[in-house]
Design a protein around this ligand. Structure first.
Ligand code: PLP
Length: 388
């Protein structure tokens, strides 16, 4: 078994693999309609929304584009925050689409500061900012943003901007509440917490976003919400849908429901906590500096000065057949990332951390022994607590 310990795509469980291998059916027939309706209903429970969720045959990047082109018009100002590489890519996309992003700089070691959002919106007396776009979980740095606090900041500023959130790497792994948090568009992807292959992505939408859609002037065709929403009502799509990914989605949602979403979140929290204990015991630094912002699906670890993460990850891959996440963008070769997301249990975590600790020694990276032991302690302490 290849140890795929990157923060997505994540390993696909056997049950989902079996569902993906169903024979292809007629995408205009009654069986498909039943499948699509089930999948479209099921995904709503994961976003925690009662509104429709749009399913695209596209990756997360496509769903980013869909969120912007369906709600905004050329020249609109959007407020974005440079939390890391994925925030940077979304901002670059906004520019290419003819929007005017204002990009609040950070040191790539934190989530979004709600106070910074509130301050910028208060400065915007003419209400020119049409959307605030943030990432719930910045996959490149392992920093989480408190979305409920961002909503409060927008409300405190009395600003009408839409709130758009990227939940590509948190959906189905970290608590997320589209409706309760007053999010207007949430962007999701299949290949992380949903334990599916890459190739499917989502827009969860609010009534306010639907209203914005009516006056939005950015060109849209493949990503247009209106055609999709009309066809989805009957359980169909405007074009040939990814039938087998829908079988997989139906199975993945069933698995998450069987475990219970809250238990899934707790499992990810426990694994993240044990991982951090290991990293701290090794004497290495966690990139995300604020404890309350530590991600439960990925831990980004700073390499000691003078040591290459690329070389380290190669040693781990060559010796243990394990892939760890690379450093991206301006932290390339400085940070490696341990993914603990999706179909993951205590023993897969221990295998992962053992591979990292052995790799550190083989790659001659300075570290202190005992990280794996500390992670085991953390996991067992948590089990004792929950079993008592
Ligand atoms: N947003 C986040 C937070 C991501 O982690 C990723 C990919 O890893 C994306 C967006 C882009 O998604 P995709 O690579 O599926 O297009």
């Amino acid at each position: 078994r290849h140890f795929l310990q990157i923060p997505g795509p994540s390993p696909v469980p056997d049950r989902v693999l079996a569902a993906l291998s169903m024979p292809i059916i007629d995408h205009r027939g009654p069986e498909f309609s039943r499948l699509a309706k089930k999948a479209l209903e099921g995904i709503k429970t994961i976003f925690k929304t009662t509104n429709p969720v749009i399913i695209y045959t596209a990756t997360g990047t496509g769903a980013w584009e869909a969120a912007l082109v369906n709600t905004l018009s050329p020249g609109d100002k959007v407020l974005m925050v440079e939390t890391g590489q994925f925030a940077t890519l979304w901002k670059k996309m906004a520019e290419k689409l003819g929007l005017k992003p204002e990009f609040i700089a950070t040191d790539w070691r934190h989530g979004v500061d709600p106070k910074a959002i509130e301050a910028k919106l208060k400065e915007d007396k003419n209400k020119e900012i049409k959307a605030v776009c943030v990432l719930h979980n910045e996959t490149s740095t392992g920093a989480l943003t408190p979305i409920a606090e961002i909503r409060k900041a927008i409300d405190a500023a009395g600003h009408p901007a839409l709130l758009m959130v990227d939940s590509v790497s948190s959906l189905g792994s970290i608590d997320y509440r589209h409706d309760e948090w007053g999010v207007d568009v949430t962007v999701g992807g299949s290949q992380k917490g949903l334990m599916l292959p890459p190739g499917m992505s989502f827009n969860a939408i609010s009534d306010k976003a639907l209203k914005a859609n009516q006056s939005s002037k950015l060109p849209k065709s493949f990503y247009a919400w209106d055609d999709m929403l009309n066809m989805n009502k009957q359980g169909f799509f405007p074009y040939t849908p990814a039938t087998n990914l829908l079988y997989g989605l139906r199975e993945a949602v069933a698995m998450l429901e069987e475990e219970g979403l809250d238990n899934v979140f707790k499992r990810h929290d426990r694994h993240a906590e044990a991982t951090r204990r290991a990293v701290q015991t090794w004497g290495l630094d966690i990139l995300c500096q604020n404890e309350t912002e530590h991600s439960s699906i990925v831990t980004a670890v700073l390499m000691p000065t003078g040591h290459s993460e690329v070389a380290f990850r190669k040693v781990v891959l060559d010796n243990f057949n394990m892939s760890l996440g690379s450093g991206l963008g301006k932290i390339a070769d400085k940070v490696f990332r341990i993914g603990h997301i999706g179909d993951f249990n205590d023993l897969t975590l221990m295998g992962t951390l053992a591979g990292v600790e052995m790799g550190l020694k083989l790659a001659k990276v300075p570290y202190k022994k005992g990280g794996v032991e500390a992670a085991m302690e953390s996991l067992t302490e948590n089990l004792i607590k929950s079993n008592s």
